[in-house]
Design a protein around this ligand. Structure first.
Ligand SMILES: [Zn+2]
Length: 150
């Protein structure tokens, strides 16, 4: 994964160093040699065109980049799946969570004492279920209402 600065400089023309972490280049928007490119300490790239004052988004578009290309790769952000992917391991864990969740709910509905440790485990299980198996809670409500009314 190339650093934002490398991606940007590779696409600019007439690039010249202009101080620490700073370059001068031809502005792709108005074609004058007045684009200032700065690499911030965190690795993101900042644009300032002294000729046309084009916004960063417009400069990116002219370079065939997206705004997000100006920001360093953040593995923590990208590893959040937009839709949860179920691995075999996770499926197994969720089956266990369901089972644990039902036992815990069963005890709670019947007013049986549940230890803090079991509640902790159940809370973790419920959080996972809420994310990956939202139907669990409808199912549980149905099942346990039946169990209790019997
Ligand atoms: Zn410009």
């Amino acid at each position: 994964m190339a650093a934002p600065l490398d991606k940007v400089l590779a696409r600019l023309d007439r690039v010249k160093p202009a101080g620490k972490s700073r370059w001068r280049a031809q502005c792709p928007v108005h074609d004058g040699h007045s684009l200032q490119v700065t690499e911030a300490d965190d690795g993101k790239v900042l644009f300032k065109c002294w000729g046309c004052d084009a916004p960063a988004a417009e400069i990116c578009r002219a370079l065939g980049l997206e705004l997000r290309d100006l920001f360093p790769y953040d593995p923590a952000l990208r590893s959040i799946p937009s839709r949860p992917r179920l691995t075999a391991e996770l499926r197994e864990q969720l089956a266990l969570d369901r089972w644990l969740g039902h036992i815990c709910l069963y005890d709670l509905f019947l007013d049986r004492p549940v230890s803090d440790r079991d509640l902790d485990c159940a809370a973790t299980a419920f959080n996972r279920l809420r994310r990956y198996r939202p139907h669990f809670f409808d199912e549980a409500a149905r099942v346990h209402r039946l169990e209790v009314s019997r």
